[in-house]
Design a protein around this ligand. Structure first.
Ligand code: KIV
Length: 290
């Protein structure tokens, strides 16, 4: 499908666009962003959706996992992204403990993403145990994206960041969860780090689009964590990541060159410098010498 990215032709992506794309068999694209600049670049590239993921805890804030991320962290970054993106469907990721304690808290916190941070929808992790919260958030008029498979907020319960649903029993459980999330009103579903055949089967069985990460090519769309795709986050790289650039290397090269040029006094050069007219300079010298 050729996408016309000229501003006069582009339309805001909505949850209806997601549904229509699945019906037409057109792949959905999603990337994460956490700030104004990257949101602008992702939006200009014509990506359908921006997820302000709680992965920001690891790739922006330097935590070991996503558990320390707070509502205030999320809202702060969502606002910056909303200022940078005009067309993409903006999805705010609900952080750990913002929707697990009670249905009321889930609805209130989900509402803050739309009311205070310019998001169009929220995402939350989990299956059958989250149905009440999802139903209530959807009933409040807030689109919800589900997230099954490797759900990083449960890293301690899962025993690490490894692939999920590798047995027939676990796969059956996940398929059922996916169907329950659809019935509860989710408009879409992230499937993370599960076998490709299972993800394809779920995608065929559901009417709502699935967005895969480490879940093979049979999903209705794909998402990557942008600093992984850009080669910015070099601490570790999951198997399912494809690096489309080496921006960490580019950054180190640029910073090293800057350091060398400052130390060699070759930066700033005359073209980076502002000068006074000779007459003004002489007038100044005369004044301060008087
Ligand atoms: O937080 C995040 O970036 C995510 C994606 C991996 C889907 O949840």
């Amino acid at each position: 499908m050729s996408t016309d990215l000229s501003p006069s032709r582009r339309k805001k992506v909505t949850t209806r666009t997601f549904r229509r794309k699945k019906q037409r068999g057109e792949p959905i694209t999603m990337l994460t962003a956490y700030d104004y600049l990257s949101a602008r670049a992702v939006d200009q590239a014509g990506i359908d959706s921006i997820l302000v993921g709680d992965s920001l805890g690891m790739v922006v804030l330097g935590y070991e996992n996503t558990l320390p991320v707070t509502m205030e962290d999320m809202l702060h970054h969502c606002r910056a992204v909303a200022r940078g993106a005009r067309y993409a469907l903006l999805i705010g990721d609900m952080p750990f403990m913002s929707y697990q304690v009670s249905v009321e808290e889930a609805v209130r916190n989900a509402g803050r993403f739309l009311q205070e941070a310019g998001m169009d929808a929220v995402k939350l992790e989990g299956g059958r145990e989250r149905l009440d919260a999802i139903r209530a958030v959807v009933a409040a008029g807030i689109p919800v994206m589900g997230h099954l498979g490797l759900t990083p907020q449960s890293v301690h319960q899962l025993g690490g960041f490894g692939p999920q649903a590798l047995t027939a029993m676990a796969a059956r459980h996940l398929l059922k969860d996916a169907q329950l999330l659809e019935e509860a009103g989710c408009f879409s579903l992230v499937l993370e780090s599960i076998p490709a055949r299972l993800a394809a089967l779920i995608s065929q069985r559901l009417e709502i689009p699935t967005i895969g990460i480490g879940a093979g090519a049979g999903c209705d769309g794909q998402v990557l964590v942008t600093p992984d795709l850009l080669g910015l986050f070099e601490r570790f790289t999951p198997k399912f990541v494809k690096k489309y650039a080496d921006l960490h290397g580019e950054m180190v090269r640029a910073f090293t060159t800057f350091k060398a040029e400052v130390e060699a006094a070759t930066f700033p050069a005359p073209e980076h410098t502002v000068e006074m007219a000779a007459g003004e300079w002489e007038a100044l010298l005369q004044e301060i010498e008087e």
